[in-house]
Design a protein around this ligand. Sequence first.
Ligand code: ADP
Length: 299
Amino acid sequence: MTRIIAIGECMVEMAPSESQGEYRMGFAGDTMNTAWYLRKLLPPSDHVDYLTAVGSDATSAKMTGFLEEAGIGTGQIARRDGLTVGLYMISLADGERSFSYWRGQSAARTLAQDAAALDAALDGADVAYFSGITLAILPDDDRARLLEALSKFRAKGGDVVFDPNLRPGLWPSSEAMTDAVMQAAAVSSTVLPSHEDEATWFGDADTAATAQRYVSCGAQTVIVKNGPDEMLAWDAGTTSTHAPVAAVKVVDTTAAGDSFNAGFLASRIAGQPLDVSINAAANLAARVIQARGALADVT
Ligand code: ADP
């Protein structure tokens, strides 16, 4: 039995429905998307928990209910009176999607206020999964507290898995983002970056440069995702390249990276070799981007 704990922010998603001016409510968020796919892929004997904080309002209860229904453990979700959950709305103009966010009152920003609670949540887990967005929403002290807890968890043999998921809009400056991401990488055993973003914000010349930067701060495994292009993996000293699924008819790239990460981790947890796990991940991502929305029915 493997216990995975994903850490971050799940948000309310308002997506335009078929009828003009109407929206459909759903729930999504990078780390939650990965937890959701992991829950689909792993056998019932494995546990997937989501660590976050929500409010005490009806929408927060709905979100928790959604996670429970998906089979994701909610025992590590803190409830904060007076706060609520974040929300984003998707706008469609000429087929292009744009996003507006309301996350100022989001309880998830308080998920790392208590060091003892973090240690207790991680105790007994095998894998902790978090992202650059998890870091971005936290106040500086809380971010440091989370990284400290993850560092202790790793020292005790836990696998710390990190997707840098670079979102400069969530940070006061690009330097603040890149500094925090490298600090997070330094406590991580597995790093799952996407090359295009890394090239933009770190100036990496190629996928090997992205991998090397994370290896040099202590990661044992780095898989550099790369949209429709060749991926590069560095695993315990060996570098290999991997092709994505070819000629995919893209409908919506939302959650490509999130689902890839779930496919990779589920396969590794099942004891599969690296190349099989990367193939499984690429196949899942390819299916997800051929469907609309973050959470595609891939069963
Ligand atoms: P992110 O969604 O985090 O930006 P990427 O765009 O790098 O991540 O995509 C993650 C993975 O999804 C890729 O490594 C690849 O396996 C798959 N993928 C994304 N776009 C395509 C595409 N157009 N064709 C085939 N696979 C794709």
